[in-house]
Write a protein that binds this ligand. Structure first.
Ligand code: TUI
Length: 356
């Protein structure tokens, strides 16, 4: 930390429709690394007290304390995925995380969980510094979070919800494109992120289809102030999922994922395997939502804990084809930051070197 502030000549949102805001924040607000400043520091870093604007997805069953702590220790924001956990189990996971890191971390609250009320209580009692949310609208809990000084960053897949949540007090918004793994919306990252950036004043974090420095640089170019990555961190040394799940991600190519559940309005992106093909076949045959939900019950747990890569549900983003090896979290983050930094410098040079 500790990059000194430079004179700021631009004000926020002063350029056209907001395009360029993130570039200004990164390039003008802080000294360059050569000048003794931080690499890749954005307003998200200051908001959350982290070194790099990289947030780990709060994946149910997958995002456990060891992964969250590793990401936080490496300078990003680690997130524990509460998923359908009962409150007391989450409390244990939070305590484990605190034993593994002294850095800020967060909890993802899944609003379709039957345990959501107790999860919210535990997060508040434990004074978790950051909450990300998914699967629903956290609006009604916002006053309680804010009263405790908890930063709330909802995940959205549409502009309208981003605007609503900004009005209820969201500190930032994660705009998640349909390239991501798990439950998806219907808009791509490339189109969703700039539309959310234009629609809200709080910082935006891009998610879906990001796994390397090119993705981080592209997200910043779209006006985001940071990225959230899920699949990249599943294939990390510290992630506690079964090794076969990680291997399946490493083997995956660009077209290795499919979307199940679209027929009943619950589209979920998974790796294509026997489970996915059976699910899609039953959907085509007109199976009811109840039958399909029964077919899917316990399949994520089977993939994560038993390594059942044939009949398990291996939630995974389309970016899996870019992920070639399981790496320690620290290496993943340092490589991404270095690569994005290099890309931004090259692009800046290319643009300024040209004649107008
Ligand atoms: O939540 C996700 N992705 C997920 S959830 C999931 S499945 C799961 N399985 C077991 C336990 C827990 C979870 C797999 N992947 N992404 C975040 C996200 N949330 N994207 C979009 C939304 C969302 C949806 C509806 C946010 C709000 C919302 O509210 C509706 C409304 O308008 O109030």
């Amino acid at each position: 930390m500790g990059g000194e502030k430079k004179e700021v000549v631009h004000e926020h949102n002063c350029i056209g429709s907001g395009i360029g805001v993130s570039i200004i924040s990164i390039i003008s607000l802080y000294l360059t690394p050569e000048e003794g400043g931080d690499v890749m520091r954005t307003v998200i870093c200051d908001l959350l007290g982290i070194k790099y604007p990289i947030i780990q997805g709060g994946m149910a069953w997958v995002a456990t304390a060891p992964l969250a702590a590793a990401v936080s220790n490496a300078g990003g924001l680690g997130i524990i995925g509460a998923g359908n956990m009962p409150g007391e189990l989450l409390r244990q996971e939070i305590k484990k995380c605190r034993n593994l890191t002294s850095k800020p971390f967060g909890v993802n609250i899944y609003y379709l969980s039957p345990c959501v009320k107790e999860v919210v209580d535990v997060v508040i009692e434990e004074r978790v510094p950051v909450v990300t949310t998914g699967g629903g609208n956290p609006g009604k809990d916002m006053p309680r979070f804010k009263a405790q000084g908890i930063k709330v960053i909802p995940v959205v897949s549409a502009v309208a919800l981003a605007k609503r949540l900004e009005r209820t007090g969201a500190d930032a918004i994660i705009a998640e494109g349909m390239e991501c793994g798990g439950h998806i919306g219907d808009t791509t990252t490339m189109t969703l992120v700039p539309q959310v950036v234009s629609a809200v004043s709080v910082p935006v974090i891009a998610a879906g289809g990001i796994a390397d420095g090119r993705g981080l640089a592209a997200a910043l170019a779209l006006g985001a102030q940071g990225v959230q990555m899920g699949t990249r961190f599943v294939a990390s040394t510290e992630c506690t999922v079964h090794e076969k799940y990680k291997e399946a991600i490493i083997k995956a190519k660009d077209r290795s994922t499919v979307v199940t559940g679209a027929s009943f309005g619950h589209p979920v992106r998974v790796l294509n395997n026997k489970f996915a093909r059976e699910f899609l076949h039953r959907e085509q045959q007109g199976a009811s939502q109840q039958e399909l939900e029964q077919l899917g019950t316990g399949r994520l747990r089977a993939a994560v804990q038993d390594g059942d890569v044939e009949y398990g549900s291996l939630m995974c983003g389309q970016v899996a084809g870019l992920i070639k090896e399981v790496l320690p979290v620290e290496k993943i983050i340092s490589q991404i930051v270095a690569e994005a930094d290099e890309i931004l410098q090259i692009l800046g040079h290319q643009i300024t070197a040209g004649k107008r």
